[in-house]
Design a protein around this ligand. Structure first.
Ligand SMILES: [Mg+2]
Length: 368
């Protein structure tokens, strides 16, 4: 019986094309965990997860330790042609650590997909989507570069724009106006405050952008401020989307029951991989919510491919899909996932559908 023989955790740091300013942090490089799983026939699977302390509480050295000390010992020797036993062992191996678990889960799916000569999404169910509107994130910057970035994205064909807000409300309102003016009335516009505001800031922002057709506002207040989310939702017609507040499928139940949100940003790192993402999607459907699939800023084409296979099964992708290898100065695969005219396609090759470039991996690894 083919079985898992090794699981290797590789910490990497890859520079961003340009630094990205979020409400509480400036990101200049992506610190990610790459995982390689190998089986007794020499078949390899690869996975990736960003370290996202503000989202999952995980730092990169801790993710490496979780894989090496808890996850790998629980999985080695398990079958590599059947996901169920490995999946059960993965989720029982250690409490929490959803990012580390996601990286291993993605690698397991890549391996099993390659063994069965099938793309990962076929292991998850029946694909509903094979092409997705890609979101372009717009960070606040100097007025000249702000408009230039938007014009470049427009020229590249992007239809979905997400403005990073959560700082001074007046500045964010000005940026939202400028963004809407530049992209025109047809493009999809959302905003993400990354927990940067209080309730009054969020309500003031939503009042001021009333005419701008903002489709949703993501995580305006702290991840544990359910009451705040509820009171903003009661005062505005713009749906709120939970992101940092989504720790498990239960977060959706809690927010839906309180009338606190109407959408969820589904990231594999928050939900410990594909089974958590599928349950989150099921609950979104049950509550009549929207979902938007995303990588954290920033993951390589490994993370991008991984999230597209999950998004293929979403009920709707109207809110767009955020793949973030577009913000990296380099990648870890031989052929990057491409966005063409604002659309990204579901990979068709076996497994994740991307091939690791070992030279690049060696160049960016932090433990080499
Ligand atoms: Mg977000």
């Amino acid at each position: 019986m083919p079985h898992i023989t090794s699981i290797t955790a590789i910490p990497v740091a890859i520079p961003l094309r340009t630094p990205m300013k979020l409400a509480s942090e400036m990101i200049t490089s992506a610190e990610n965990l790459v995982v390689q799983v190998v089986d007794s026939d020499g078949v390899e699977g690869w996975g990736e997860a960003a370290s996202a302390p503000t989202m999952t509480g995980e730092l990169l050295p801790g993710m490496v330790a979780a894989v090496e000390r808890s996850i790998a010992p629980a999985l080695i020797g398990r079958p590599s042609d059947d996901l169920r036993p490995a999946n059960k062992a993965l989720h029982g191996s250690i409490y929490a650590n959803p990012g580390a678990k996601a990286a291993v889960d993605i690698a397991l799916h890549d391996l099993v997909g390659k063994r069965k000569t099938r793309p990962v999404h076929t292991l998850l169910g029946a694909a509903v989507h094979r092409a997705f509107p890609a979101i372009r994130m717009i960070g606040p910057g100097k007025p000249e570069s702000f408009v230039r970035d938007i014009e470049q994205a427009l020229a590249a064909g992007f239809s979905h724009y997400k403005l990073k807000v959560g700082a001074k409300v007046r500045d964010d309102v000005d940026n939202a106006n400028l963004l809407r003016r530049t992209i025109g009335p047809q493009c999809h516009l959302s905003a993400d405050a990354n927990m940067g505001w209080g309730v009054t800031d969020a309500i003031e922002f939503l009042d001021c952008v009333n005419e701008l057709d903002v489709t949703y506002l993501e995580q305006p207040v702290a991840e544990d401020d359910l009451e705040g989310m509820t009171s903003i939702s009661q005062k505005s017609a713009v749906p709120l989307c939970i992101d940092e507040a989504l720790h498990s499928p239960l977060s959706i139940v809690r927010h839906a029951d309180a009338g606190a949100a109407r959408g969820a940003g589904i990231k594999l790192i928050k939900l410990a991989g594909y089974s958590g993402a599928a349950e989150a999607e099921r609950l979104c459907r049950a509550y009549g919510w929207n979902s938007t699939y995303a990588s954290k800023i920033a993951e390589t084409s490994v993370g991008a491919a991984a999230v597209l296979h999950a998004a293929a099964l979403a009920e709707t992708v109207d809110w767009g899909v955020s793949i973030t290898n577009q913000y990296l100065a380099d990648d870890l695969v031989q052929q990057s996932i491409q966005i063409n005219k604002g659309v990204v396609k579901l990979p068709r090759a076996d497994g994740l559908g991307v091939s690791i470039d070992t030279q690049k991996l060696n160049h960016y690894r932090l433990d080499g």
